[in-house]
Design a protein around this ligand. Sequence first.
Ligand code: SF4
Ligand code: MG
Length: 336
Amino acid sequence: TEPLLHVKNLHTGFKIDGKFYNAVDGVSFEVKRKRIVGVVGESGCGKSVMSLSIMQLLPPGVGEIQEGQIVFEGEDISRFSDKKMNKLRGKDISMIFQEPMTSLNPVFTIGYQIEEVILNHEKISKKEARLRSISLLRSVGIPRADKIVNEYPHQLSGGMRQRVMIAIAIACQPKLLIADEPTTALDVTVQAQILELLKGIQETNDMSIILITHDLGVVAEICDEVLVMYAGKIAERATVDELFNNPKHPYTQLLMKAIPKMDEDVEKLATIEGLVPSITNMPQVGCRFSNRCPKAMPECMTVTPQLREVVPGHEAACLLYNESWPEEQKPKKERA
Ligand code: SF4
Ligand code: MG
């Protein structure tokens, strides 16, 4: 059956000093219905730009989709007009961000902000919208919802604010929720509660979720499938079980080592040495991870690895697995 979302060969560029640079460079993936897909990578890997592309929330005049398709329920939405996107956003596709304080308006009550979204998309009375916002607040685990509905964002804790953001995001029962680092700003206990809440509402609302995170530990908690992104491209894709049991890409293997353990000092986390190449300084040929890769070989500088199936249902873009690819899929040496 047709996936809910099918991103095909997406290229998103950013204009810097009059020149376009690719932040997302040929990314393709599917999100099936009722699935949670994790997108993981360090900051600067293109995962947020990818999700802003889906929502058409790129900074106007700076970020631009240059190529590819974003097929949502069978329709390419990548060139939708603002008017059509406004109908879709908040209704069929919603998004939550890392810091709820910046997405909530400090001068309006919680209830007003939930009802605004509902009234924007549905023809119901203000009274009905109020009742619905109270029940939404209950459904995201907010106690005394009939009181909280009249309060302002600053009166709530960070965890409660993120719950409010989730209530707003699911107010019109979207089919797809994009959650960009939804728990990063929260402490560990609250993080676990929010992930549990997301998993719960995914099940009760039959939604799909794209969960963007730098933390593979978060992915392990609730995702079905994972995309590992590096420098604007997909480095590896697999089900969660397969990825954790059998990580293939050296970048994924290093991310695994960086997962915080409960009993470890966060300060002493294993981090991956070096930096993601900046979009203005991206190697045009060869593997983009080669300057940091502990397994790099001479050909990694000259041959660009393509995303290929290395085990059934499991893909990686790494020349270590070149031998397992069918002859016609093997990357050719490129001319410099
Ligand atoms: Fe490392 Fe080479 Fe694989 Fe890139 S292609 S991840 S440099 S081994
Ligand atoms: Mg980000």
